[in-house]
Each structure stands twice: as C-alpha cells, then as structure tokens.
Design a protein around this ligand. Structure first.
Ligand SMILES: *Cc1c(COP(=O)(O)O)cnc(C)c1O
Length: 362
C-alpha cells in the first residue's frame, strides 16, 4: 500500500490537480511540498482546520464534505452541543431545541441539509415576527446570504438579533467568494457559523467545503461527524488529501491576483462578444451578480425574426455538441455564459460554436 505522503506526491504530479497542490511551479522540488511536515503533524489532520482558521482570521474552522454537509453538521452542533446522548439521538430531537428560524424569502434548494437533523422551520417575514418567533426551542437562525436583498432583516441585523437572544446564527455563503473579504466578513459582524463551498469560487476540491465560526460550535460539529461512528454526519467523511487540498486552496486563493482574474474574465467575454456581434441584431452584455458568483458573466440576445432560433435551442446545441458547452442555468429564454470556470482557450471554442449556431440561423 502506498503511504499518504507518496500518494500526495503522486497527486501533485498529475496535471489535473497539480495546479491545486503545487502553488509554485518553478522547480521539480516545489511540486513536492510536504504539507504534513509544514504543519508539524503526524498524518492525522485536525491541524488543517487550525491553519485555515488562522488564514481566514476566525476562531475555528473545519473542512466538510461540501457546504451542504456543513449545513447539516452546523445545525446538529447548535442542537446537541457536545452532549453525547443528544448526538446519538439525532434526528430524533426529543429533549433538545428543534426549531430553526428562517425568513420566508430565504428558503432555498439546499434546505434538506438542515431538515436532516429533524428540525422544524419557523418562517418569519418582519423583524417583529422574528423577535416573536424566538423561544426556548429555537436552536438556530438560518440566513441565506444571496437572498439578503429580498429579506426584511439584513445580514448584520440578523446576526445582531441572534446575539441579542443568544441564538446561534448560520449564514450560508456557499457561492459568495469573491470578494475575498466575505470569508471573514460575516463572522466579524456577528454570525456564529458560515459555510463556503470548496469547489466554487475558492477553486478547491469539488467535494469539500468549509465550516467556519465559533470554537464551541465547530467542536460540536466535529463530534457530530466522522470519525465518530454513530452520528448524523458519519456518512460525510472527508479524506485527508481533501483536507490538505482545501487548506492549500484557501492559501492560494488569498494570494491570487484578483484584479488580474477579473481582467482575464472580461477578456474572455470580449472574445466571445466580438465573434457574434457582426451577426444582425445580436447583442451582448456583461453582468455581475450582486451576491453569489459575483464575477463578470455575459448575456447574449438577438431578435428571433432575424436570427430564427430560440435561446433554448441554442442552449441545446451548445450542450449536445463536442465539447459539451453548458450555459449558466436559469430561465430558458435567456442565454448566459459563465467564463470564470473556463480553461485558457475555451473562450475561443465557445465563440466559434456560438457564432456558427447563430450564423446558420441568421
Ligand atoms: C452550492 C451551494 C450549496 C451546496 O454546496 P456544496 O459544496 O456543493 O455542498 C449550499 N448552499 C448554497 C447557497 C449553494 O450555492
């Protein structure tokens, strides 16, 4: 059996993950960083959490199996604390707090990860509703960061109310770097827990994520997951390579030239734009979502009486060609392209395919 150290060396020499694991590519030696040695640990790595907390500037951190798993472990932590009987009992909530307050407009498609723990959502709209909803059964207040503009209680106030009533607050920020400062911002303004996906803006392992926040809650979250056998999170195992890779992803992310990234994304949009803009009625625009995937994307429009193809059909042809090109998910009648997850040069392929499809219909 190869040991972990050798496995990591092998891993870092693979082109796919080499960029992730080896920040400097100046010499062969720099491809072989010994992360365990740098951390000063034998290969059992809770130290990765400590290092990530230092990097981000928060009390505590753990690497989870994605943001969804962080939602489950964080919720469980708020319900059970470090009590082994309660940890064992979940999702039966007998004897523990089992209500989670959420603003109506903050419901979202990953809630199952919270409901897993046997909780009941208590839905509120106004701030007065929220204050009335807090009671001795309230385990947690859940906030969906990208829904901030739609809720009546904004992020900072939400965290403040949590502190006022001594109820832990959890902000799901899964897709909300960049900007980098979001990594620490919501903990600084008073949230007890936040989560980020590893494989979105942070460019870490796709199957990992971060749970950041209060030391006691992170400790309780750990107790609710592996290696503890009889727990709600036991199936959410994170291997040591992912833990280290997540740590390195945070290191690299903090060191990135974010302005250069932004220029590169705009350049790619420009390449695609120029390829299609001579086709009659075709226009393009750049847009940046306010929160979540907060980077330049592009939308492409045309008049269907001149270019006789629907957006849905263009999306289908992009998807079904080789290579398959996946537009930004959303309404079928809007063609949007995300450029930030492309490899260098992909923008030319997208430009050519899009031009060919639209020209053929013009
Ligand atoms: C993507 C996402 C998740 C799930 O993240 P994973 O890391 O894939 O588990 C949870 N919440 C929100 C808001 C997301 O955008």
């Amino acid at each position: 059996m190869p040991n972990r150290r050798n496995f990591l060396k092998t891993l870092s020499s693979l082109p796919l993950v080499g960029g992730l694991l080896a920040p400097k590519r100046t010499s062969a030696a720099s491809d072989r960083r010994d992360y365990f040695k740098e951390l000063g640990v034998r290969p059992i790595i809770n130290a990765a959490g400590r290092r990530i907390a230092e990097l981000v500037g928060c009390e505590a951190a753990m690497v989870t199996a994605g943001a969804a798993s962080a939602l489950t472990l964080g919720t469980a932590a708020c319900m059970t604390g470090s009590n082994p009987d309660l940890i064992h009992r979940l999702p039966d909530t007998t004897g523990m707090k089992n209500e989670v307050i959420i603003q109506k407009s903050h419901h979202f498609g990953y809630e199952h990860a919270v409901r897993n723990c046997g909780i009941r959502f208590v839905e509120v709209e106004t701030e007065a509703d929220l204050e009335r909803a807090v009671n001795e059964r309230t385990a947690m207040m859940l906030f969906l960061n990208y829904a901030d503009p739609t809720g009546q209680t904004k992020a900072d106030r939400f965290a403040e109310l949590g502190r006022k009533y001594s109820v832990p607050t959890f902000n799901d920020c899964a897709a909300d770097v960049p900007p980098t400062e979001n990594l620490s911002r919501y903990l600084k303004t008073g949230f007890s827990l936040v989560t980020f996906s590893g494989g979105k803006g942070l460019r870490g392992p796709q199957s990992a994520g971060l749970l950041l926040g209060r030391k006691d809650l992170i400790a309780a979250a750990r107790l609710n997951g592996p290696p503890n056998s009889d727990t709600i999170g036991r199936g959410m195992k994170v291997n040591k390579e992912e833990m280290v890779a997540m740590m390195v992803a945070v290191e690299l992310y903090l060191k990135r030239d974010h302005a250069a990234d932004e220029r590169e994304w705009r350049r790619r949009i420009d390449v695609i734009s120029r390829a299609v803009s001579s086709i009659p009625t075709v226009s393009t625009e750049t847009y940046v979502p306010e929160i979540a995937n907060h980077v330049p994307h592009m939308r492409i429009r045309w008049e269907e009486n001149r270019v006789k193809i629907s957006s849905a059909e263009v999306q289908r042809q992009l998807r079904e060609g080789t290579p398959s090109i996946e537009p930004v998910p959303g309404p079928k009648d809007v063609l949007a392209i995300g450029v930030w997850m492309m490899q260098q040069g992909d923008e030319k392929i997208v430009a050519r395919r899009l031009r060919d499809i639209l020209r053929a219909a013009a």
